[in-house]
Design a protein around this ligand. Structure first.
Ligand SMILES: NC(=O)c1ccc[n+]([C@@H]2O[C@H](COP(=O)([O-])OP(=O)(O)OC[C@H]3O[C@@H](n4cnc5c(N)ncnc54)[C@H](OP(=O)(O)O)[C@@H]3O)[C@@H](O)[C@H]2O)c1
Length: 262
């Protein structure tokens, strides 16, 4: 399928690893110039070089801590200055630890929500005005299935995800006649560094070796396997594309029927 986005320009947050990195690679493979944002400057620089070598697009690394509003505004400006007007935003930078009511300090909670909740909202506010002016844009928020399923062990992540699902729908309504499509993906269990870190915490809490916990968790999944980064990236790339025209305000699970609801 020709996706029609060759020459477009995208900002991807959380692009030093995991889902964000995979989406940056998938968009670049479609001919999209990409700005990769996260904190780890070495990983970002390596990823940008590899993407350019493999696809020939312009790929730039913008190190930034997205818990900070000034860092967000500055990163957005750098992307616009170096790539040109930004057509596509993928928000994927998130790192809310597995947590119950008392297990996160107030400072850690503020930090977690500053990144995953405020970070997505602020980056949208920084880049959407230009998309609206030109009448074309795509925003994809990588959220998390937990937003639909309250979980005592992932309380603050699930709460942020529920808020982001609502924000995604509301923003889609606000721009519905302006040529900008806003959608979200809810990953289920996707094999990334982050899921392995969370699994380690659950294994420690349960006093169980990590491998045993992973085997148990995988066996409990409807498809008896976790998803891959590429499986999320493929759906995201379609949502960012010219072929996506009437999917708007959607929250799409990429979760292998995990938590399936009508
Ligand atoms: N994997 C799953 O199964 C799953 C399930 C549900 C939801 N999700 C969501 O999907 C998104 C991506 O998750 P992932 O699995 O790809 O996680 P990951 O592999 O840990 O990647 C997270 C990305 O966020 C960046 N990041 C973390 N703190 C940051 C900060 N303060 N400022 C800027 N960037 C920061 C990390 O880079 P640096 O450390 O270099 O900053 C990294 O690039 C997250 O929002 C997560 O909640 C994932």
């Amino acid at each position: 399928m020709e996706l029609g986005i060759r020459g477009r320009r995208a900002v991807i947050t959380g692009a030093s690893g995991g889902i964000g990195r995979a989406i940056a690679g998938a968009l670049a493979a479609e001919g999209v110039d990409v700005a990769l944002i996260a904190r780890s400057s070495d990983l970002l620089a390596q990823a940008a070089t590899k993407i350019t070598d493999e696809t020939g697009v312009r790929a730039i690394a913008i190190p930034a801590d997205l818990r900070d509003i000034e860092a967000i505004q500055s990163a957005a400006k750098t992307a616009q200055e170096q790539l040109g007007q930004i057509d596509i935003l993928v928000n994927s930078a998130g790192a809310i630890p597995a947590s119950s009511l008392e297990s996160l300090s107030d400072e850690a909670l503020h930090s977690a929500w500053s990144l995953k909740l405020s970070g997505y909202v602020r980056m949208s506010r920084a880049l959407l005005p230009e998309m609206r002016t030109r009448g074309w844009g795509r925003i994809v928020n990588i959220i998390g299935l937990g937003g639909k399923n309250p979980s005592a062990g992932h309380m603050y992540g699930s709460a942020a995800n529920a808020a982001l699902m609502n924000f995604t729908g509301a923003l889609a309504l606000e721009v519905a006649t302006e040529g900008v499509l806003v959608n979200a993906i809810n990953p289920g269990m996707i094999k990334s560094e982050r899921i392995l870190e969370m699994a380690q915490k659950w294994a420690d809490d349960a006093g169980m070796p990590l491998e045993e916990l992973m085997d148990k968790q995988t066996a409990a999944l409807p498809m008896h396997r976790m998803g891959t980064l590429e499986e999320v990236a493929d759906v995201a790339t379609f949502l960012c594309s010219e072929r996506c025209t009437y999917v708007h305000g959607a929250i799409i699970p990429v979760a292998g029927a995990m938590g399936v609801t009508l």
